[in-house]
Design a protein around this ligand. Sequence first.
Ligand SMILES: [Zn+2]
Length: 307
Amino acid sequence: MSTSTVATPRLRETASDAHQSGAPVTRAGRIVNAMSVDVEDYFQVQALEERIGRDQWGAFERRVECNTDAVLRLFDDFGVKATFFTLGWVAERHKPLIRRIVDQGHELASHGFAHFRADSQSPEEFRLDVRRTKQILEQVGAVRVRGYRAATFSIGKRNPWAFQVLAEEGYDYSSSVNPIRHDNYGVPDAPRFAYRPDGVTGLDEFPITTLRLVGQNLPCGGGGYFRLLPYPVSRWALRRVNTIDVQPCIFYFHPWEVDPDQPRVADLSLKTRFRHYNNLARMEPRLRRLLDDFAWDRIDRVLARPQ
Ligand SMILES: [Zn+2]
């Protein structure tokens, strides 16, 4: 006689049913938010492009595998699953890491091949980039890749065609729009929550979370702002999105942000130096609080339509 067993949930609270907004909630009734990591190395960040060309990447000590393993351990400590938007360049060089991400129950997704901005590519270049990256990730990870995040949130008013290209290349969703004002990216008047871009078939956009306050969208979904602001401010903002907007948050960070000992790149502008190195040592303890204070899961389980 066979007995059906119910797996013991590893999460202290598991996503059990859908909230009226469509997002899953925990058994305790909390909205489940979406956690994501942009898997790239410290020398591949756009802010450092002023000093480091892609032809120099090979000369740098690679720390992405070690740092991503630290992130995996962190998630494991809290029973959290997340989405890892990974560069094809990293996947080609760190195949065992990609398999660990998948084997540990996380979602593997695409961050493009070599961190070229989507809005610096022609539609044809972009198509080849997202196609190639999806193929590499699916081959190495042996899973279907559904999600894409553009380098530096670079889908906006200049390249709305990118959504349709992603849909045609077999992606189900993008998380590439940050609806804020910023000098490098941002579409301040874009929708703040999941939407189907105009004229696009078969692909949804899940923007990075913002707080609506005094008529503006303020960043609260991760990145440098999370390192800059005191943690209680971030927690307050994210809680407001859950309670006032009644929507799940999408949070993101990078493996290099939990690596305060990373090599320092010389001759950066003051602004870049501040943005990249500010509060790195505070990141891990802050993330521990964040993982503890909210319920989290992979983007595909929180937001994507069923396959
Ligand atoms: Zn990136």
